[in-house]
Design a binder for this molecule. Sequence first.
Ligand code: SAH
Ligand code: SF4
Ligand code: F3S
Length: 464
Amino acid sequence: MSKRPIVTEQELSEQRLHMQKVHDMKEADAPKYHIVTYGCQMNVRDSETIAGMLEQMGYSAASRKEDADLVLYNTCCVRENAENRALGNVIWLKELKKTKPELLICVGGCMMQEDGVADRLIQAYPFIDLIFGTHNLHRFPQLLHRTLDQRTQVCEVLETDGEIAEGLPVKRNSAHSAYITIMYGCNNFCSYCIVPYVRGRERSRDAELILSEAQQLMDSGVQEITLLGQNVNSYGGGGAAFAELLYRLDKMGVPRIRFMTSHPKDLSDELIAAYKELPRLMNSLHLPVQAGNDLILDQMNRRYSRAHYLDLVRKLRDAVPDIGLTSDIIVGFPGETKQEFEDTMSLVEQVRYDAAFTFIYSPRAGTSAAKMTDPTPMKEKSERIEQLIALQQQIGQEILSEQIGLTQTVLVEGESTRNPGAICGKTERGHMVNFPGNVDLTGKLIPVRIISAGRNTLRGEMQS
Ligand code: SAH
Ligand code: SF4
Ligand code: F3S
């Protein structure tokens, strides 16, 4: 395997120096930051690193952007509406800055890695103070220092794949459930997808460093670890390396292990065996299918067939009968016919997902699918997605009803937002349960008997 690209200790110590300098500049001000994160868990985890760096620089978190001295948008560009939302909100900050001229506006994330976007933003929105990409996240302290020092617009986006930066500070969103990024980038080039262009090629972290991060998290009381990567099955170059990592984490005693995302073409028998053998690997799996028709799957460059996918589902359910499966599905890929869409509907009926994220295809500049002709009117695509959502909603609800009467272990996340006075948390399979209880139980694993099912969540009562 090729050498792991790692940010040098010299570069990291330079960044620590810049953190110290910003800290000294800001010491008297008690400045506050507010981060808005779009996109996937990878971005959520990156924002935790940015927050960690900002806290070391003397900033503390503000829950509203109106109360912040620095507002940072961590953007996503996977679909056009994700971009539009981010951009619309950044533009709104111009108004906030009128009332608060010293407000610092920073924009980072995947959208900045898209060809020409950073340059366009710099030109069009002079009120943005700092623009950076995903490959130079670790250089944020130096870039912020330069922004504060020179009071000019700063923009740095690297074209080359990011090196892996180890040991950066992190401010975790939760004390009991944590993300660990195990690999960056993607080599798959699904024809619709922009991620490989903005996140670069696959790079895996060293297993020992992942395990020591997990150990530290466990020592601090974390109950659940979710391993992250665009395609975790190719961790360490593929083969059994990912399953091996799961075995080692399980042996370490991490109470709950989850991961995402898993590509069906690379899901190994070793991983299926791990589901059967490892008590701490939760019985849920996000296995995006994208489409149920072989021609569309081929045009998507997914490199598996419907039959192969269904075979994986069968093997997984043979190993773990009550495994909960979730999926991502794209409707209206260029040229998708009514019949091809019906194949997606029938696959959903056959698999019976606990939940599915459904998207209307969104052309992304630079991807190969963006060049394909797409005669299907948007109205037709909207009708298709409505049908799919209705079908999935019905199946999801049937699965929730099947949980009634079972006693499930729930990791308490805190007060229920929907039912004041109640607390909530997820079962091993990933269903959200609301039940009467004290918020002091947050972070504890509690047996809960399921008594009823709502539209998307369960209700239960604690078992003594
Ligand atoms: N690496 C992950 C997910 C990446 S993006 C995986 O392979 O599953 C998350 C989801 O966004 C994808 O699974 C896909 O369903 C959806 N998606 C990606 N590009 C899209 C596009 N151009 N239009 C619509 N949906 C898209
Ligand atoms: Fe995109 Fe496909 Fe890579 Fe997922 S596996 S990030 S959908 S290219
Ligand atoms: Fe979006 Fe980047 Fe994730 S494009 S989906 S935030 S990797």
